[in-house]
Design a protein around this ligand. Structure first.
Ligand code: TXA
Ligand code: MG
Length: 339
């Protein structure tokens, strides 16, 4: 049991965070995507403490965060040419690249895989903490395994109070959904394993050859071998039973009139979605970027409201919308109805 410290982002607080990390403790840190549960990626015991705090299955690998490009070389066996181009275009930023791991990365960190996901966050506080610690930082999202990712320090405290040494409060995360995860196939192909703020359209500016992994939009069984272990686990699930309703605002409105009970909560994009309905609503906003920013807070809000059932508008499957759709699908356990 810890007395979890809530730290600010002043020099002294970041020094404290770095000291704790160097000593092998787990610290919640802000990034531009979501809050991470950080520990020294090269310290096996520290990394084990992440898995324990989160209740995460040991075969689900962690992303390793760096603050300078020069750190990359020591952590991977090989840097594909395509990775160099992606780093030039998207780092620092919300892109994680899977590469063959160097021996220095412990097996606990890589979930027993021969590869490792590396990302250089754009969030200044995150990069300062990594630099002050002097070691790459392994960090999954700072939620309890299975619950929505945290986008504020309060979300982290809710899940992790007493389980970790400290949380650095860097305010609301700018993006709100986790990083885009990609791997490389051959010389010329990018495989999208998890959509994020760096969209398929963005990646296509680097190569036309972008393949979307099956696990992005379809359910994969627990026993199936997948390219990214995280995809097989139930994710982001609020307690409410969520159903995604495909169709226009009018279709959604009509569907809810015909099917929603008065206690059901609606996840809407605009006022018209709930026009004439008495249901409680959480508005995610009209643009895909705002939807990404609000989604996880909305899923936590459903729990706070005690909602038993919720119906959600369906995001566009382009741009950042694909990431919102991917997370919402998992929150809805893949329940989608065409209105
Ligand atoms: O934005 C983010 O990526 C946040 C912040 C904290 O950086 N981190 C995050 O980590 O979302 P996590 O652990 O919640 O999700 C990492 C995902 C998992 O689905 C995992 O299976 C996948 O990336 N992953 C990590 N390393 C991998 C590898 N070597 N091969 C395939 N997938 C990998
Ligand atoms: Mg996560």
């Amino acid at each position: 049991m810890f007395e979890t410290k809530l730290l600010g982002t002043d020099e002294e607080s970041l020094g404290t965070a770095a000291k704790l990390l160097k000593e092998g403790f787990v610290v919640g840190i802000p990034t531009e995507t979501v809050y991470g549960l950080g520990a020294d990626a090269l310290n096996e015991d520290a990394v084990r403490a992440i898995f324990q705090a989160k209740g995460r299955p040991a075969d689900n690998p962690l992303i390793v965060h760096i603050s300078r490009l020069e750190q990359l070389e020591g952590l991977v066996r090989e840097i594909p040419a395509m990775a160099v181009r992606c780093a030039e275009k998207f780092w620092p930023g919300p892109l994680t690249m899977i590469m063959p791991k160097a021996d220095i990365i412990p097996e606990v960190t890589s979930g027993g895989l021969d590869t490792v996901g590396i990302r250089m966050p754009s969030n200044e506080t995150a990069r300062k903490v990594i630099t002050l610690t002097g070691s790459p930082i392994a960090a999954p999202s700072a939620n309890l395994s299975g619950s929505p990712s945290p986008t504020t320090a309060m979300h982290v405290m809710k899940d992790m109070n007493g389980r970790i040494a400290a949380v650095v409060d860097g305010g609301e995360c700018a993006v709100g959904v986790e990083s885009t995860v990609i791997s490389f196939q051959g010389r010329d192909c990018i495989r999208l394993l998890r959509p994020g703020f760096i969209s398929v359209e963005d990646l296509r500016e680097v190569t036309e050859n972008v393949v979307i992994d099956k696990g992005v939009l379809e359910m994969v069984g627990e026993k199936v071998r997948v390219s990214s272990p995280g995809m097989k686990y139930k994710h982001y699930a609020p307690k409410a039973e969520v159903t995604v309703i495909e169709g226009s605002s009018r279709d959604f409105n009509r569907f809810c009139r015909e099917n929603a009970d008065k206690d059901d909560v609606l996840l809407t994009f605009c006022e018209g979605d709930s026009a004439g309905l008495e249901n409680r609503c959480i508005c995610l906003g009209e643009s895909d970027e705002i939807q990404a920013h609000r989604l996880f807070d909305a899923l936590r809000e459903l729990d706070a409201m005690g909602a038993k059932r919720a119906f959600s508008r369906c995001p566009e499957k382009t741009g950042v919308g694909l990431a919102v759709y991917n997370r919402l699908l998992r929150a809805a356990a893949f329940r989608v109805i065409r209105a």
